[in-house]
Design a protein around this ligand. Structure first.
Ligand code: HPA
Length: 273
């Protein structure tokens, strides 16, 4: 059986056979947030299924393409569609693309997601910059033999989200004329949305939002030394006392509505890298 690092190198070699230029940043688009791709002058679109060893995305609302193109003078890679643990991918598969991005030489990673708000001050449609996360109820993607070529056995996680990006995001939002929030993202496996008791627990444990992606990806990115920025669109609220049935459609609709604001922030952060 092929070593994990060998698989990553094969995927990188395939992408490099199609695109040789320097890539300044990578973007992972969450559920309903695909419209960021429209900002990019696309030079190359690679279906995940063409890339050796790449998992294939299954969930509704996810594209399953790797796009490379230009945002003004910056070369940007966009992952339109990501891999979730709840789809049945192992944690090593979920983070496979992140390691490919690293070995493509990409140092800046921008991640978006749809998340449930548990902070009582949040409203549907709010944008939350992730300033920290709680990973203890997901499966850590670094379990098992360490890939020493990528990073250390015991990576520091005191600042997974690059502080200057957070500060710049607030400055951009202010200039654009809208308010954004910041908070702690609590990672869960899904696919069930949380029970009322679980939302309450998540809030008591110190989180502001909860979601089924991002944390494994960020751990793998920090492990290999990438600078990460992540932002959630609050698509539903886990704190209402009244009737509160959450549907995937409601999540997609709220994410679509907030996508232009999120795109503006990602775009300007990338232009400043
Ligand atoms: N919980 C978990 N994941 C989510 C939610 C939620 O309420 N909303 C969007 N993704």
């Amino acid at each position: 059986m092929m070593h994990e690092l060998g698989k990553i190198h094969e995927a990188v070699a395939y992408i490099r056979s199609l695109y040789t230029g320097k890539i300044d940043a990578a973007v992972i688009l969450g559920s309903g947030l695909g419209s960021f791709s429209e900002e990019i002058v696309v030079e190359l679109s690679i279906p995940y299924s063409d890339i050796p060893h790449f998992p294939v995305s299954t969930v509704e609302g996810h594209g399953g393409h790797l796009l490379i193109g230009k945002l003004s003078d910056k070369a940007v890679l966009v992952m339109s569609g990501r891999f979730h643990f709840y789809e049945g991918y192992g944690p090593t598969e979920v983070v496979f693309p992140i390691r490919v991005l690293h070995l493509l030489g990409i140092q800046h990673l921008f991640v978006s997601n749809a998340a449930g708000g548990v902070n009582p001050d949040f409203k549907v449609g709010d944008l939350m910059v992730i300033k920290d996360h709680i990973s203890l109820s997901i499966v850590n993607p670094l379990l098992g033999k360490n890939l020493d070529e990528l990073g250390p056995r015991f990576p520091d996680m005191s600042e997974p989200y690059f502080k200057p990006f957070i500060q710049q995001a607030f400055a951009i939002a202010e200039k654009e004329g809208y308010a954004i929030k910041q908070g702690v993202y609590f990672g869960v496996t899904g696919p069930t949305f949380e029970t009322r008791a679980e939302y309450k627990m998540i809030h008591i444990l110190g989180a502001d939002a909860v979601g089924m992606s991002t944390v494994q990806e960020v751990i793998a990115a920090v492990h290999c030394g990438m600078k990460v920025f992540a932002m959630s669109v609050i698509t539903d609220l886990g704190i209402r006392e009244e009737e509160n049935i959450i549907t995937h459609q409601e999540v997609l609709d709220a994410a679509n509505a907030a996508a232009p604001k999120l795109s503006a922030i990602f775009k300007q952060l990338i232009l400043a890298t």
